[in-house]
Design a binder for this molecule. Structure first.
Ligand code: FUB
Length: 340
């Protein structure tokens, strides 16, 4: 058995290239890691920063997939989903920026695995106001192609209308499937929200709708849907990520601005979340940090992003991984950042 890595050649994603070893080619900037583990393979889905040097805004059009069986060697699987794959995605600047996302898998009734890709893209508003919305695309393969089964977002601006001033309040989806099979969608900026999902993982629990002749959702009615706000997380900024380790539920998130990584623990996926502190301080050169905590071959790891590639910055970020170590009481030791 190969020992699990404790030191990483961070950032782990450096080049966009035909070379599947990710060792040569043009520099690629990646951010917002979301990790899915299946059959001894780690599927790391990242966003993709394409901003020109010296310009201060996000330019993000597609989602990239990187796979590994040892967390050291990464294979570049290219772009597996784009904002333009969502018919409703369109921002005020006629683009549809593809912000952070999450990918999970679950077997359907016939025992076949399905892959669910939750995204943040601009568009989909019904009231003429532009903002970010959360959607989902589904595939039979972790490498896609992913298709939008709803043809409309899951969460739009009106669902969180208490925060009217804030058009990017519905970002950063993370889905957690509990041991009893119930699934929850978490998301938010400044305010953390969660909602239970239907078994199909593409509708909100209680969501009503009709289908038109083309099978597209219409007449959406959320009057029976309960959208919950979590109030116990100090400095919650964005990027929630829920996972379970040794019987404890963990919620890691980006806190404050510039962002650090903080976390909370709970006895259930629905809270009450108890704040436990900061495990990584803000990083040089980037105001965001976007954590994802996952288990692989018996170890626990934290993926996040830094700005450590040449010409890196807040809009030219890079995915990194480090090891997570727990204290006996389940609290997390401060993460030690490594590089080679
Ligand atoms: O990458 C765009 C946004 O920056 C993400 O949605 C946030 O989590 C932050 O990383």
């Amino acid at each position: 058995l190969q020992p699990l890595p404790t030191i990483f050649d961070n950032p782990i994603i450096r080049y966009d290239t035909e070379d599947p070893t990710n060792k040569i080619g043009d520099i690629i900037y990646t951010a917002d890691p979301a990790v899915m583990v299946k059959d001894d393979t780690v599927y790391l889905y990242s966003t993709h920063d394409e901003q020109a040097l010296g310009t201060n805004d996000y330019r993000m059009y597609d989602y990239r997939l990187w796979t590994s069986s040892d967390l050291i060697n990464w294979e570049n699987k290219g772009a597996v989903l784009r904002y333009s794959d969502f018919d409703w995605a369109r921002g005020s600047d006629k683009t549809g920026n593809a912000y952070a996302h999450h990918v999970i898998h679950r077997k359907d009734a016939s025992g076949k695995s399905k892959y669910f890709f939750y995204v943040t893209v601009e568009g989909g508003q019904t009231n003429g106001e532009f903002g970010f919305a959360i959607g989902v695309a589904v595939s039979d393969s972790p490498e896609g192609p992913f298709e939008d089964p709803r043809a409309m977002p899951m969460i739009m601006l009106e669902e969180t209308a208490q925060y009217k001033d804030h058009s990017w309040r519905n970002i950063d989806p993370a889905v957690f499937i509990d041991d009893d099979g119930r699934a929850y969608l978490y998301w938010g900026n400044k305010q953390l929200w969660w909602v239970e999902l239907e078994n199909d993982l593409i509708h909100l629990k209680g969501e009503k709708y009709t289908l038109d002749a083309q099978g597209k959702m219409q007449n959406r009615d959320l009057s029976n849907v309960k959208i919950n706000a979590v109030k116990t997380l100090p400095n919650f900024e964005e990027a929630p990520y829920v996972s379970k380790h040794n019987g404890i539920y963990y919620l890691v998130y980006a806190a404050g601005f510039p962002e650090s990584i903080a976390y909370a623990t709970s006895k259930s996926a629905t809270g009450l979340w108890k704040y436990q502190g900061v495990i990584m301080e803000p990083l040089p050169g980037t105001s965001t940090i976007h954590p994802a905590m996952f288990e692989f071959k018996g170890g626990t790891f934290l993926a996040y992003h830094n700005a450590d590639l040449p010409d890196g910055g807040s809009y030219r970020r890079s995915v990194a991984i480090d090891r997570v170590y727990f204290n006996k009481d389940g609290t997390i030791k401060p993460i030690v950042r490594t590089s080679k």
